[in-house]
Design a protein around this ligand. Sequence first.
Ligand code: ATP
Ligand code: MG
Length: 254
Amino acid sequence: MATLEIRDLHVSVDAETGPREILKGVDLTVKQGETHAIMGPNGSGKSTLAYSLAGHPKYTVTSGSVLLDGENVLEMSVDERAKAGVFLAMQYPVEVPGVSVSNFLRTAATAVRGEAPKLRLWVKEVKEAMAALQMDPAFAERNVNEGFSGGEKKRHEILQLELLKPKIAILDETDSGLDVDALRIVSEGINRVRSTGEVGTLLVTHYTRILRYIKPDYVHVFAGGRIVESGGAELADKLENEGYEAYVKGGASE
Ligand SMILES: Nc1ncnc2c1ncn2[C@@H]1O[C@H](COP(=O)(O)OP(=O)(O)OP(=O)(O)O)[C@@H](O)[C@H]1O
Ligand SMILES: [Mg+2]
């Protein structure tokens, strides 16, 4: 059973005025098979946590640890993290001009699986995954995210999730900008991956509507660069009704 253990994680970014600490002691344990929702005000550091776990060079870990099954994730390169089973669906997926979706996915799958998937089986796998997400097969030949609508980008992230089958999936606002049908289709995709029991999911979201499709085992309130409260699914309803004022005023913010 894979376990991601984040302990007292502090992370800074280089701001114009010098280094600025964004994460101020994050503690979180995610096990394979569990789903954790992270909710919190804008600017509280949720995406910073997601990027830091994936190894984005913009973020500097100043102290704390991240272990995946006891292995030090912070010492791994971005590629090694992906290969170890850490997957990030970005809040704002980037365009990759000149690289088709189909080539991109095959390269990613080759890197993660350690060998190139057999072409015929691979084509079938991609076709089925795209059909399940109701994506037009023509997308396979388009350049990654170039000219994709917001919702199309999010579906493409979930397509990667389904094909790469990570141990730990970090989904940063995968629900934002989706119409009602797309929200259901994307949620069903996440649930398919979840139902294998082989992925631990970290779902960053602002809205409880996605949590109607994807029942979290735990909900965490993220404020001021750390987790300030944790509870069960009912905590999400409380947040929707009452907002974050209590947590921000309570000195959790800067
Ligand atoms: N290069 C930078 N210089 C200064 N501040 C930065 C830099 N990069 C990030 N930050 C700040 O870090 C804070 C955390 O940002 P982050 O994107 O992690 O928040 P978030 O919780 O994901 O917010 P949202 O809900 O809006 O997506 C923000 O206040 C942001 O302005
Ligand atoms: Mg964010």
